[in-house]
Design a binder for this molecule. Structure first.
Ligand SMILES: [Zn+2]
Length: 62
């Protein structure tokens, strides 16, 4: 689910062959970190990072 609360479900491609893919790593405490950031080009246009299981907003306006 999108962390901004808009209710959209995000699909993140973790497949290496995908044109745009993300790398998901999990630390020793099972906290996920996603690289690079997620920048939605549709819907709420949220831009954020997931680092160690926490959302870090990246210049969301409104
Ligand atoms: Zn959203």
């Amino acid at each position: 689910m999108c962390p901004c609360g808009c209710g959209d479900v995000l699909e993140v491609a973790l497949i290496k062959e995908a044109r745009q893919s993300w790398t998901l790593s999990v630390d020793a405490e099972n906290r996920p970190t996603l690289h690079p950031s997620i920048w939605r080009t549709t819907g709420c246009r949220s831009h954020f990072w997931i680092r160690k299981g926490r959302i870090h907003w990246c210049g969301k306006t409104g």
